[in-house]
Every structure is written in structure tokens, then in C-alpha cells.
Design a protein around this ligand. Structure first.
Ligand code: SAH
Length: 374
């Protein structure tokens, strides 16, 4: 190993770990053992990797190599069961990761995993949990309704730090895929498509190492159009969600300045061109802001805009926060908006807020230490 290589092993692929083992004078199968120790057993320290010879473990430690699962600095538990984790990275920066256990929503008994579902339902009270991971420290996109935007962007996360969030949460919750059914959404802090290479590398490690199938992952983008095309060309990829949030350019540019670079025409064209798999649907997210983008007229305009795209719409009522100047619409406005879209032939769902009371809901991720400053 040369000195400039990172000392955290999390983030390395099976092939890289195999090379690493060989360079250390070990047989190549030690690479597979390291891979499983990092992503399946998720050990916190090299000392714990009992599948490796003591000598090798000691030399790892001596040369400063460690697994690199990040530390949970704080944990906030919501009344709805959602948990917000404040996760500390090696350089002292922090990001937030959210655990959302879900009750039975009608998917129980859908085949091979039914047995596990029953066990989960009985033992833990959830059938299927979702982990929402961050891709950057802060965010550069500057959406006017989102608290993360107030931080600005500090830096990209490495692939190891993205996967590390999942490892830390799985360890804390004592959960292990694939036996336990876990979904991943790349919808935490940051814009995954402005950290594309690390994001896509993390996807590969989550699929091959942690054993979470790509079909249980969704990445959300504020609309970085060239990367939407790149994602479509990936051999292994999550499902795609696009944060639309407005039905015309005037409103969207005001709410999401990124729209001045890639407008709705370009964005919706990329959505139309996106190569969907059998039965796959694209998701459009739409945050409803009272009297800004939630009128009946906006709903009709949105229906027109996305007509013919094989997509569904997830409506999110604005989650409020300090410094956010918009209001949350009343339920009847959400329902009216949904009704109009459904009548236009667009499957439309209202996403219930999770963990609002602990600042874990969409658009509320912002380090607690910063929140105290308000
Ligand atoms: N940067 C990516 C990934 C974050 S996903 C993206 O924008 O898609 C976070 C989702 O929460 C986005 O769909 C965003 O539009 C939505 N959101 C942001 N602020 C919100 C708020 N205050 N209330 C509700 N939803 C919000």
C-alpha cells in the first residue's frame, strides 16, 4: 500500500481489497474475508475480524487501517418511530441519516420473503424499513424551501462514508439485509448527482457487499440533467425520483435556482428519455407550498407537463423550519391537488411526513448544533 491511500477500508471494492491483501503478502481469499467483514458483519475495528489471522489483524492496526464505520454522535427518536442520526465523519464533519420503520402497508405476503415479514412484524413492529442517506455535507443547490440549503455545501462524501451511514444504522438497529427487508433512499443532505461517482460506487457496494438489491433503492435529484442520462446508462442503478416542485419555469426558477441552468423542458425531456425497466415507474416529487404552487391551475399544468411519462407523483406538504418563509397548505388543498392529477391519469400519492417533531422529515436535515443558532 502506498501512503496516499485512505486508511479507512470501507469504500473499497472486492477487487481492491483482494489487491490490498495480496500486496500485504496474504493469499487473495483474504480479500473476500475483508469484504464480508466490512459490509456483512460490519465490524467497527480490525481487531474484531476473527476470520483473519491474528498477525494480519495486528499489522492492519499498526499500519493505521481501520474499517471506518462512522460514529453515531447523537440519536433523536420521533413519536412515529423515525430515528434521526447525527453521524460524525473522520474529519469531524457531521451528516444526518434517517431510519424509518414502517408498518404493514399491504406488501406483506408478496412471495419469498413472507416468512421474514411475519417474523419482523411480530418481533420488531415493522415489515420494511427505509434508510435515508446523505450524499454531501450540506448542499449547493439552494432550494428556497429546504433547510439543508442554508448550510451551503462543505464537501462531497466518499463512497465509504455513504455506505458507512447505512452500516452504522444497521448496526444500531441490529438489522441485517437481505434477511431483513431494507430500502435505501438517497434523499438526505446533498445532491447525489453533484457527487455522482461516489454515489454510484456506493450503490455497487451496497448491492454486492451489504446485499440490498438495487430494486430497493431510489435516488432523488433536484434536476442535474446530464447525470439523469448517465444514470440511465448504468448497468446497476437505483430507481429515479425527480424533485419537480413546480409546474412552470417561472415558479420553478424562483423556488429552485438550478432551473435556470436546466429548465423544465430539458428536465422533462430527460425524464421521457429515461430507460425504465419492466414495471418500473419514475417518481416526481412535488413539495406543496401554500398559495405558491398548490392551486388547481398548477395541478392541471403539472398533469399536462408530465403527460405520457410513465411516472407517479409523490406530493409532500411543506415541512416547516426556522428561516423557511413558506407555509404548509391545508389538507383540503393537498387532496384537491391529488384529485386533479388522478383525474388526469397520473397516479398520485400523498407522502406522510415522518419524524417532523425531531426535524427528520424531508427538507429538515440540518445539523442540530446549527439549529440551535436560530
Ligand atoms: N437534492 C436531492 C435529494 C434530496 S431529496 C433532491 O432535491 O431531490 C429531498 C426531498 O425533499 C426533495 O424532493 C425536496 O424537494 C424535498 N424537500 C425539500 N425541502 C422540503 C421541505 N421543507 N418540506 C418538504 N419537502 C422538502
Amino acid at each position: 500500500m502506498t501512503e496516499e491511500k485512505p486508511t479507512a477500508l470501507l469504500g473499497l471494492t472486492l477487487r481492491e481489497l483482494t489487491d490490498f491483501a495480496q500486496e500485504a503478502g496474504q493469499p487473495s481469499y483474504r480479500g473476500r474475508q475483508l469484504f464480508e467483514a466490512l459490509y456483512r458483519q460490519r465490524f467497527q475495528s480490525a481487531e474484531q475480524i476473527s476470520s483473519l489471522p491474528r498477525e494480519f489483524r495486528r499489522s492492519l492496526g499498526e499500519r493505521g487501517f481501520f474499517p471506518g464505520v462512522p460514529i453515531v454522535e447523537k440519536k433523536f427518536v420521533s413519536s412515529d418511530g423515525t430515528v434521526r442520526y447525527l453521524i460524525c465523519l473522520a474529519d469531524g464533519q457531521t451528516v444526518e441519516t434517517v431510519w424509518m420503520p414502517e408498518g404493514d402497508d399491504g406488501e406483506a405476503g408478496d412471495g419469498s420473503e413472507a416468512g421474514n415479514n411475519v417474523e419482523n412484524a411480530a418481533g420488531r413492529g415493522w415489515n420494511r424499513a427505509t434508510i435515508c442517506v446523505s450524499s454531501q455535507v450540506g448542499c449547493a443547490v439552494d432550494c428556497q424551501f429546504c433547510l439543508t440549503a442554508l448550510l451551503g455545501v462543505k464537501r462531497n462524501l466518499t463512497a465509504g462514508e455513504i455506505v458507512g451511514q447505512v452500516c452504522a444504522v444497521l448496526n444500531d438497529q441490529d438489522v441485517s439485509p437481505p434477511q431483513d427487508r431494507v430500502n435505501i433512499v438517497f434523499m438526505g443532505m446533498g445532491e447525489p448527482f453533484l457527487n455522482y461517482d461516489n454515489f454510484i460506487r456506493a450503490v455497487g457496494l451496497l448491492v454486492e457487499g451489504v446485499e440490498i438489491p438495487e430494486s430497493r433503492m431510489t435516488v432523488s435529484t433536484a434536476g442535474i440533467v446530464p447525470r439523469i442520462y448517465d444514470l440511465g446508462a448504468e448497468p446497476m442503478r437505483p430507481k429515479l425520483a425527480i424533485s419537480l416542485n413546480a409546474s412552470n419555469d417561472e415558479t420553478r426558477s424562483r423556488l429552485m435556482p438550478i432551473n435556470r441552468k436546466w429548465n423544465l423542458e430539458k428536465l422533462v425531456a430527460a425524464a421521457r428519455d429515461f430507460p425504465l425497466r419492466t414495471r418500473e415507474r419514475l417518481t416526481f416529487e412535488y413539495v406543496l407550498l401554500d398559495e405558491v404552487n398548490d392551486s388547481a391551475q398548477s395541478a392541471r399544468e403539472l398533469g399536462e407537463l408530465i403527460r405520457g411519462v410513465r411516472a407517479k407523483v409523490n406530493l409532500i406538504a411543506l415541512n416547516p423550519g426556522p428561516g423557511i418563509l413558506f407555509q404548509t397548505p391545508a389538507d383540503n388543498r393537498l387532496l384537491q391537488f391529488q384529485k386533479i392529477l388522478i383525474a388526469a391519469g397520473v397516479p398520485t400519492f400523498i407522502r406522510r411526513p415522518r419524524g417532523r417533531d425531531i426535524y427528520a422529515a424531508c427538507g429538515q436535515l440540518k445539523r442540530t448544533s446549527d439549529l440551535a443558532a436560530f
